[in-house]
Design a protein around this ligand. Sequence first.
Ligand code: AMP
Ligand code: MG
Length: 314
Amino acid sequence: MTETLAPTDAGLARAAALLAEGELVAFPTETVYGLGGDARSDMAVARIFEAKGRPRFNPLIVHLPDLEAARSVGVFDDLAERVASAFWPGPLTLVVPLRPSARLSPLVTADLPSVAIRVPEHPVAQRLLRAFGGPVAAPSANPSGKISPTRADHVLSGLDGKIAAVVDGGACAVGLESTILGLVGEPAILRPGGIPAEALEACLGRPLPSGGDSAKPTAPGQLLSHYAPAAPVRLNADKPEPGEFWLGFGPEAAGADLNLSETGDLVEAAANLFHFLRQADASATGPIAVSPILEKGLGRAINDRLRRAAAPRG
Ligand code: AMP
Ligand code: MG
């Protein structure tokens, strides 16, 4: 059962302790309720995708209490420093180069070399982030495809029993999601939201393209270039051919070179996915053969990612 926690010191200490254990905690921000998990924990981030029922591993926004903490996760150039100083804390997410020493789970960034960071202004979010003391990955706290929650009872109506707790901080003020400003390459609005584009343009002293090729908000995951193994990838392989590296799944794959989850646990498989693809690519001397994975729950997101890895590339 999902605990409802009051936004008191005791409630927030409990929420922070749950996050530290790799559990999921929904919390209010000034935009919508976020579904938080430790951004450094592969299992916690895999659980976010599972709880939401997301069909693909699109990258998540990392929440931190201030710009100083944000600098330890992302690389901020002059432009990024300028907008961050002007609009944080607030409903603005910045996509900046990932700092490798941040040690985020690759599931948070979809294994991209960039990271989306936001510093929320909501006092309850601020206190929770400070109590936890680490980066919190948090998409909106609703099942995939449903509308974003602006109250704790909205969160519960979609996710009760699927997450450890929700911190009840009342109704969110904005109700719109954060504006996402991409600052890797040419600055561009990747998603419109709580901060108007005009305000960002005035701050940066330049027009910002939006709605262009790099900025279709409907299907961002498709527009990002993902890490793809150099080795060819063969899917639905019950067993490997001679010379293949076997990336297995489940008890049927005894003897695999690597097994995404020996017990056939999809959360564990999701948590291991990006790490094992890289390891397989580094050790394979031929193609990578991947065991079949059930097209159910998190299996859909895993298969989506594997199909991309197996797609012919030009
Ligand atoms: P949400 O699911 O509400 O957390 O939204 C996350 C949004 O941020 C999606 O539109 C993502 O595509 C975008 N996003 C997150 N990380 C990145 C990144 N590294 N590069 C580009 N867009 C990102
Ligand atoms: Mg959402």
